[in-house]
Design a protein around this ligand. Structure first.
Ligand code: ZN
Length: 397
């Protein structure tokens, strides 16, 4: 076989050359052997000194397929004998990365696949063990995404928690409010995640002191973490989370009242959804209920509607409006509403800031779809690190 053409195809240049091509028709496998020319000197990997070859062995990596044949490169790996450093392995061949099972071109193809399909699907498509593929993936995330990220300009950060699988372990995601990019993913949702994020910023050229604002939910541990590690940053409670808490309170009122008021059965979503999202029939029902406003649920609902108004009034009116709203809310004397009022009082400044700044984890909505995608892409992932790397990957553009 004429090897010159193969040298050109694979980009093999002196001192390297293709010395042999073996084709196994039965298994549809091609093995290409690449050697270095005799008498070649390679630099010592430690000191750069040009050295004689001590000995060598082959490493085999998978390259891009040729028609239906799997193509493997068998690359001769020299060990050099350095006068200063002793015997060292020279790994820097042009086709593959140290420790990988694949050529660089094959790795690039795997990463392209990751944008479109799950790791399990890629594993089936290529006939490669998913553990090897995950290693390629982690390398890409670390060196091509995380190390290239610019943390210097990060000033406003959203913090969200999410379950990796339904009901399984939680992760906390720090994302840039201004760009929507995922900045850091931490295991769990305790206050320590703020400590980790603090260190991460330092280690990656950012400055924790530059963070001016955190938008987050009202969980106790997040607040403690923010206070301990980012004392100078302002807290803004996420609008959706605040509304969620009030929605929960309204629903509790309904669950209690339904025991004595059968007409409230199967009406949960009428009270929780935005009115414009209700069907015509549901709208009619709601109107009827509100007409008999002697129902606690209807009164709680009206309170909820007037709370929503907060986001559309002038900023200087916000404080007094909340005060007045609290008075009205306590007048109903319903336990779930009283509890919500307590939450409001405990988080007064952060709630006012949410309304005044207009900052909210709106990226969270994007984040929700990102998480869904991450769960799908990482399907069959073996450990949480794989899942977290997938969140970085998908959250990087
Ligand atoms: Zn050396």
């Amino acid at each position: 076989m004429n090897l010159d053409g193969i040298n050109v195809l694979l980009g093999v240049k002196s001192p390297w050359q293709v010395t042999e091509v073996k084709v196994q028709e039965k298994n549809q496998v091609i093995d290409v052997f690449i050697d270095f020319e005799r008498g070649t000197h390679f630099p010592c990997p430690s000191c750069g000194n040009l050295c004689r070859i001590h000995d060598s062995s082959y490493k085999r990596v998978r390259h891009l397929d040729v028609i239906d044949y799997r193509l493997y490169l068998n690359i001769k790996v020299p060990r050099v004998n350095c006068d200063r450093c002793g015997v060292k392995v020279f790994h820097a061949d042009p086709w593959s990365r140290q420790g990988s099972h694949y050529s660089r071109k094959m790795e690039a193809k795997i990463i392209r696949f990751c944008k479109e399909m799950s790791m399990t699907a890629i594993s089936n498509e290529l006939g490669e063990p998913d553990n090897n593929l995950w290693r390629v993936f982690h390398h890409h995330v670390k060196f091509n995404i995380l190390e290239k990220f610019n943390f210097k300009d990060v000033t406003r950060v959203c913090v969200d928690e999410t379950a990796t699988k339904r009901g399984h372990s939680y992760i906390t995601i720090f994302s840039d409010y201004d760009t929507g990019l995922v900045l850091y993913v931490a295991k769990g949702r305790k206050m320590e995640v703020f400590d980790e994020f603090y260190g991460w910023l330092w280690d990656n050229g950012g400055h924790p002191g530059n963070v001016e604002l955190f938008s987050m939910d009202m969980s106790v541990s997040y607040q403690a973490g923010r206070k301990a590690y980012f004392a100078g940053a302002q807290v803004v409670f996420d609008r959706f989370h605040i509304k969620q808490c009030l929605n929960d309170a309204v629903n509790k009122v309904r669950t209690e009242e339904v025991k004595s008021e059968k007409t409230l059965k199967k009406t949960k979503y009428i009270w929780l959804k935005n009115e414009q999202n209700l069907t015509a029939k549901q709208k009619d029902m709601l109107r009827e209920f509100l007409h008999e406003s002697s129902l606690d649920t209807a009164r709680a609902y009206q309170l909820k509607s007037s709370f929503d108004m907060l986001w559309s009034i002038q900023t200087r009116a916000v404080g007094p409006y909340i005060e007045k709203w609290i008075e009205k809310a306590l007048g109903l004397d319903l336990e779930p509403i009283n509890d919500f009022v307590e939450t409001i009082r405990d988080h007064f400044d952060g709630i006012v800031q949410s309304i005044v700044t207009g900052v909210t984890n709106a990226v969270s909505e994007g984040l929700n779809s990102l998480m869904q995608l991450a769960r799908a892409r990482a399907r069959g992932y073996r450990n949480i690190e794989n899942f977290m790397a997938m969140v970085y990957f998908l959250g990087s553009d």
